[in-house]
Structures are given as C-alpha cells and as structure tokens.
Design a protein around this ligand. Structure first.
Ligand SMILES: NC(=O)c1ccc[n+]([C@@H]2O[C@H](COP(=O)([O-])OP(=O)(O)OC[C@H]3O[C@@H](n4cnc5c(N)ncnc54)[C@H](OP(=O)(O)O)[C@@H]3O)[C@@H](O)[C@H]2O)c1
Length: 269
C-alpha cells in the first residue's frame, strides 16, 4: 500500500486528522506541517513527525492531505508542485474544485473531500470525489482513510459545495442547537452540567433512533406529541420562530459561500 501520509496545514481539521490517523495506525508514517510548530508539539507524542517544510513532507510521503485555508492554497500548491507529481493528493479545502488543483499540479492524482470536525472523535461525515486519473488502489485507500474517521461516502463533485454547507458546517449548527437547549434547561431551573448531558444525549439518542433504528422523524414526533400534552406546547412555539426555515436558509447561505470560493470570489475563508 502507501508509504506515509503528510498533512499540509495541521490546524483545526488537519490536526484532528493527524491525531485520529495516529491513534488508528492505518498508515506507517504521518508527517504534519504548519509554520507555527509550537501549536502541534503534542502530535510528536503520538508518533507524528512535525515540520514546517512542506516540500520535505510531500517528498517523504506517498499521499498528501492539504488542509490549509482557501486563501493559502495557491502558495502551498506552487511550493509542492514538483514533488507532488505522481502522488495522491487529498484536498479538504472548502470550495476548491478538482480541476483548479489539477491545473496547478499536473501529474497528480486528486481527491476532493469534505469531512467535519467530528473527525476528532471518529464520528465525521465525510464525502469525497476523485479526479479521472485515480487508481483503484487510490479509491480503496481513500475509503479506508475517511472511514477510519467516521462515515464516508463517494459523491459527485458537483454536490460537494452543498455538503460543505450541510455536513461540513453541520457541527456548528448542531452546537448552536445544543447551546440553545442548555440555555433552555437553565431557564427552567436545571443545573448546567445536567442540562448539557441531557441535551447532548437527546441529540445522540434521536440521531440513533433515525439512523440505526430506521424510525422516520415524523414518526418520532407522533410518538412524543400527545393531545394537550407538554411537547405540543413546545412545538407550537418552535413553529412561530421558524426553526426549519432558519436552518434551510443557513445551509443555503453556507453552500452559496462555498460556491463563491469555487468561483474565486473573495477567498478570505
Ligand atoms: N474546521 C473545520 O471544521 C473544517 C471542516 C472541513 C474542511 N475544512 C477546511 O480545512 C481547511 C483548514 O481549516 P481549519 O479550520 O483547520 O483552519 P486552520 O485551523 O486555520 O488550519 C489551517 C492551518 O494551515 C496552516 N498553514 C497556513 N499556511 C501554511 C503553509 N504555507 N504551510 C503549512 N501550513 C500552513 C496554519 O498554521 P500556521 O499559521 O502555523 O502555518 C493553520 O494551522 C480550510 O480550507 C477549510 O475549508 C475545515
């Protein structure tokens, strides 16, 4: 299989990927790069090699994951252009299409992927697409790689910006929902730590009922709402603030932002 993986830009998501790959030991060597190495010293304890030398990192690995911000991408690709030739390059950079990377890195096999921050606990939802020149081994490795971080599926590239808005940003929406649940618990007198435990367990439990229990969300609501009961009072209020419309608008706006980055508009993300 492959000899070594480098993670170029080991910040929030790159660092999370380095940590889980080191823990799961799915590859023999992991190299992580960023300019400020003091921020990733802890990775060394997990056996990860850390360096600020992107060229050395890519030279010494068969696979490179690029996890810098969109506005830093062009410089990084220019830097590794010669050493990336013939390698598998996986970009998790929001909004940046495969053809743009292909233009900048001729002779490289490319994966465009969108994980989310739940990589940290091995519960990411990751989508990925391939350039035309990838091998069967690249496809298999990509699936093994992202499946080690959670659930992973191949999708058509034209949908990746939409997944970026839905599941890439999803943990931020869910965190906002859970924060609101905790505040709601405080409002009705529940201690903060128990409100947090309750809110997160409700999110996990409901997710499992739907995904693993095969239960439709409408059915769950039917089972919880009773005539003149408590839940219908709560749902009645939610209807007024338009939670569903708000979420739909949020995902739409995030998707549009990814589309703007794809068109190279105002890449300050
Ligand atoms: N955060 C998420 O949940 C998430 C999820 C999916 C995808 N993404 C995508 O992942 C990318 C990174 O996002 P992030 O949230 O992880 O941002 P981040 O924490 O800012 O990570 C980017 C890292 O790149 C490093 N970097 C910048 N220039 C570099 C260079 N020339 N060479 C090597 N390293 C360099 C920075 O460290 P130094 O300044 O020390 O060099 C920084 O730690 C973005 O494109 C984003 O769209 C993020």
């Amino acid at each position: 299989m492959y000899n070594g993986i480098s993670i170029i830009g080991a910040g929030i998501i790159g660092g999370a990927m380095a940590r889980i790959l080191a823990r799961k030991k799915i590859i023999n060597k992991i190299i992580a790069t960023r300019r400020n190495l003091d921020k990733i010293r802890d990775l060394e304890e997990l056996g990860v090699i850390i360096t600020s030398d992107n060229v050395w990192a890519v030279e010494n690995s068969d696979v490179a994951i690029i996890s810098v911000k969109p506005n830093a991408l062009a410089n990084v690709l220019k830097e590794i252009r010669d050493v990336a030739r013939g390698k598998l390059l996986i970009s998790v950079v929001a909004g940046v299409p495969i053809n743009l990377i292909e233009d900048m890195l001729p002779g490289t096999r490319i994966v465009r992927a969108m994980p989310n921050i739940a990589v940290l606990v091995g519960e990411s939802f990751t989508v990925y697409s391939f350039s035309k020149n990838v091998t069967d081994e690249d496809r298999e490795f990509t699936d093994i790689l992202f499946s080690s971080m959670g659930v992973a599926i191949e999708v058509e590239e034209k949908y990746i910006n939409a997944y970026t808005g839905l599941t890439g940003s999803g943990p931020a929406y869910m965190s906002t929902f859970i924060e609101a649940m905790v505040y709601a618990g405080l409002k009705v007198g529940i201690p903060r730590d128990i409100a947090l435990l309750g809110a997160t367990q409700v999110a996990i439990g409901t997710g499992k009922l739907i995904r693993d229990g095969g239960m439709h969300y409408a059915k769950i609501k039917e089972m919880v709402v009773t005539p003149a009961g408590t839940t219908i009072e709560g749902l009645f209020e939610l209807e007024e603030i338009g939670l569903r419309r708000g979420l739909m608008k949020a995902v739409y706006a995030a998707t549009q932002r990814a589309e703007d980055i794809s068109k190279n508009k105002n890449n300050t993300d």
